[in-house]
Structures are given as C-alpha cells and as structure tokens.
Write a protein that binds this ligand. Structure first.
Ligand SMILES: *Cc1c(COP(=O)(O)O)cnc(C)c1O
Length: 466
C-alpha cells in the first residue's frame, strides 16, 4: 500500500513513513493511493469476529505488509484490551430506530483512545526497528492530549511534549494529562490560548533544528493517517450488527476536525452499506455552512459546551476535497491556501455531490443542553455535550426512519460536568479506574507564550534523556 499527498508535490510514501511523520513534506495530508474494497460476502464473513479481530482485518489492508501479521495482531489486541466494555464499542438502543455507539470505554473516556492506543504501539514498533528516537509535539484543547499521553506513555522510543493553554482546559481534562506518569512525559501549560499553542507547534515543526541530533518531531493529531485508519473499524463494527437485517445504516457524527466522520466516509467508499452521514457541529459551524450554502470560510472561534469540536477550520476536510475535486491536487492546494484570503466555493455539480455524501446541522449550546435533558427524560441515556449535538442533528436532518440511525457517542458525560449541570441533571461519577483522579499528584511546567521558551525546554529535556 502506497500513500500520496493531497497537494501532489511529495513522492509517494510507505505506511511506515506516513505513521512516522504525519504531514507530507508539501504541506498536504497523506491518503491511500488506492482504497481497498470489501465485498458483501467478506462483510458477512466478518460478522462473527470480535472487535479486535475485525480491527485486524480492516487495518491490515492499509498496513499492506509493512508489519508481519502476528505482530500487528498483537498490537491491535493490546490496544483494545484495556477498554472496559467487552464489546469495545457497544451499541445502545435509544428508541425506534435510534441508536448510540459508545466510543468512550477506553482509558481517557473519549473516542480518541481508539486511534491513539494503536498509534503509540505502531510508533514504538517502527522506531525499535530503526533504533531511532522521536519527540511527539502536540497542542490540545482537551481530549487529544490525554489520549496521546495514555497511548504513548509506554513507548520506549518516544518523548512526549503536550502543550495546553494554562488555566483554560477543564479540571478533569487537565488532570487526565498532568497525572500521567513516565520519564518520557512532559506537560507544558502555555501562558496563552489554544491558538497560541497551535502556532508554537506549527513553528517548531517547520524548523526542527533545535532538536538534539537524531531526533525528529511526529504529529499525533488527526492529520496522522493512522488515526483515521483506526477509526474506520468501528463503522464496520456497527454496520455489521445490522447487516442482513436492514439494507443499510446511517451515522450522525459530532464533528470538529472532520477526522471521525471522514473515517465513516471511507468505510462507505470501501463497500460498507451506509445510507447517510450527518455532520453535526456546534456553533463553530464551518462545515455546516459549506454543506448548506456552498460557502467555506473562517469565522472567529467561539467557546462552546462541546470544546473538543471548537475549531475554525477542519484540517481533514482537505482529504475529502481531494476526492471531491477528483484528485486535482492543484485545486485542493488552491482551495485550502485561499482560505486565509477569502470565501471558497466549489462548482454547483461538486456541491451537489458533497450534499449527496453528507447532511449537516449546527447545534448551539442551548439546544445541546435541551437535547441532553430530553434524551435523558425519554430514554434514560445520559449524553455528553458532543454526543448531544449528534443526537440533535439526527433528529433535525431529513432521514430515512426505516433504517437504523447510529449517533457516535464520542465522550463520557463525566468528562463534561458543566454541560450536564446546565442541563439540570446529576453529573455521574468517574469510572473506577479514574475514581482517584482528583487526589493523584500532578506534573506540569508552566512556560511563557514563546516559541523559544518551548524549544529550549524541549532541548534540555531531550539532552538529559539521550
Ligand atoms: C475530538 C472530538 C470530537 C471531534 O472529532 P473530529 O475527528 O475532530 O471531528 C468530537 N467529540 C469529542 C468528545 C472529541 O474528543
């Protein structure tokens, strides 16, 4: 399996290279040169597989021989062993044809564990083989940081530097990061906002000369292909539950960077019978504006009750544009870079195709709370605020009610106490493995909002380690 860049100016890369870098050298995102296709017969055969065995079948098509089967299978089994539900991604019936798939049974209680548990193991596998060390550098406004730290804390060849805006993440989210222990773990609270953190990360990636000899930086946000790949699996897992009983299923997906729903789009392209994919956004609704009005442009970032979906621009949308523009990488580059100047549009025919691929709906904070309340009253299910946007969008979009609608439940409600309280409900306790979160010691370095300060800090830490 070879991977190509959406911007068309980088040579094709192997799976190993793609995992170890993140972004392509030309600034584009990697995608498979040719998407594997799964027949209906193969889907039927997969119905009896456990989650890990299914993950192995799906993922090995993308790994394309870069890892021997036995080693890959062991990594995948290890990745999902710590999930608290035996189904890994259990489906819960709400009412009529409405379902949720709970993607928060992993160590940090959000769906990002699905990808980051595996990514940590993939990195260590390839780095051990190469006897090479890397530094992960990432900025987080919440869930990505803790999932990355949990996923990579055992990696022997990886040092982690996770930046978060000082005093601007929730207490549960901060503690989930600062209580992870390990000599290779570094939490940095930057005296600035999330955009400042992201800017520091971007600058550091573009000039890595400050790293000690032999080190390179790796990105673990959803621009890394391995994250998308791991997320494709649970769409198959859900679809297979209904295969043979219904002609297809639909999904409603709480969306920020377009990583999760893009995985669903790929599952559909690979042959899984999916009828509809709904993009659910909060008030940061760049994707909903595009689907509903063919206008793609930045607006100011708004803080919402679903902070993990607070984005101005959805980075993975570039991967979808590559398909929409029929692999014309010049147009992809023009569209994405043009965004800093003005509003972007696609042709009428392309817009029609995008609307055939995706429905969309934007859910503000008031509607989020109202949905948490009403779903709980009607079904007893307590949704977190991200999940609630998906549930509301499933209700508001024009859908075929004769087939199952599966809303992805992306986080555990205990992580987002604010929204649950605002909805007038009782915040549930943290699950047993996190019950002592508020008494564990924290480790974090507070640094000024300065690229040089972060570079210097990283350099000193890495020199001490090597
Ligand atoms: C990251 C996240 C999302 C958004 O996922 P994208 O892949 O960025 O679209 C939704 N809900 C939760 C809880 C998240 O952590």
């Amino acid at each position: 399996m070879r991977y190509i860049s959406t911007r068309g100016q980088s040579p094709a890369a192997t799976f190993e290279q793609v995992v170890l870098t993140g972004l392509a050298p030309d600034g584009g995102l990697y995608i498979p040169e040719k998407l594997p296709v799964v027949s209906l017969q193969q889907l039927a055969d997969w119905q009896k597989l456990s989650y890990s065995d299914l993950a192995f079948e799906v993922i090995r098509m993308f790994v394309g021989g870069a890892i021997p089967d036995a080693a890959l299978k062991a990594m995948i089994t290890d990745s999902y062993r710590s999930f608290t539900d035996p189904e890994v991604a259990p489906l819960r019936h709400l009412h009529d044809n409405q379902w949720v798939m709970e993607l928060y049974c992993g160590p940090t209680l959000a769906f990002k564990d699905f990808a980051l548990q595996l990514l940590g193991r993939l990195l260590d596998y390839f780095l051990e083989k190469r006897q090479q060390h890397v530094a992960i550098l990432g900025a987080t406004s919440g869930d990505t940081g803790s999932a990355a730290l949990e996923g990579c804390k055992h990696c022997r060849f990886v040092d982690m530097f996770i930046l978060h805006p000082h005093n601007r993440v929730s207490e549960v989210q901060r503690r989930q990061m600062t209580t992870v222990t390990g000599d290779n773990i570094n939490n940095i609270a930057v005296e600035g906002n999330f955009d400042d953190c992201q800017e520091i990360v971007k600058q550091a990636f573009s000039d890595q000369g400050f790293l000690p000899k032999g080190y390179q930086l790796v990105a673990v946000n959803s621009i890394n292909w391995a994250r998308i790949m791991a997320q494709i699996v649970y769409y198959f897992h859900a679809g297979l539950k209904f295969l043979g009983k219904y002609p297809a299923v639909s999904f409603s997906v709480p969306t920020g960077n377009f990583g999760d729903i893009y995985a669903g789009y790929l599952a559909k392209q690979m042959g899984l019978p999916i009828r509809q994919l709904i993009i659910a956004t909060n008030q940061n609704d760049i994707l909903h504006r595009f689907i509903s009005s063919n206008r793609y442009h930045k607006t100011a970032l708004q803080a919402s009750l679903s902070p993990s979906m607070d984005i101005m621009v959805s980075s993975n949308f570039e991967r979808y544009l590559f398909d929409l523009f029929q692999r014309d990488s010049k147009r992809v580059a023009g569209f994405v870079t043009g965004l800093s100047r003005d509003v972007q549009h696609v042709s009428e025919a392309e817009w029609a195709r995008a609307r055939a691929h995706f429905a969309s709906y934007s859910v503000d904070d008031a509607a989020t709370c109202e949905t948490i309340r009403s779903i709980h009253a009607r079904t007893g299910y307590l949704a977190d605020p991200h999940t609630a946007t998906g549930l509301k969008a499933a209700e508001m979009c024009d859908t075929d009610i004769s087939i199952p609608m599966i809303t992805l439940a992306t986080a555990h409600p205990a992580k987002f106490a604010d929204a649950i309280e605002k909805a007038g409900l009782t915040v549930p306790g943290l699950p047993p493995h996190m019950a002592d979160l508020f008494t564990r010691p924290e480790r974090c370095s507070v640094l000024p909002n300065s690229l040089d300060a972060v570079k210097q800090f990283m350099q000193q830490r890495l020199l001490k380690r090597s």
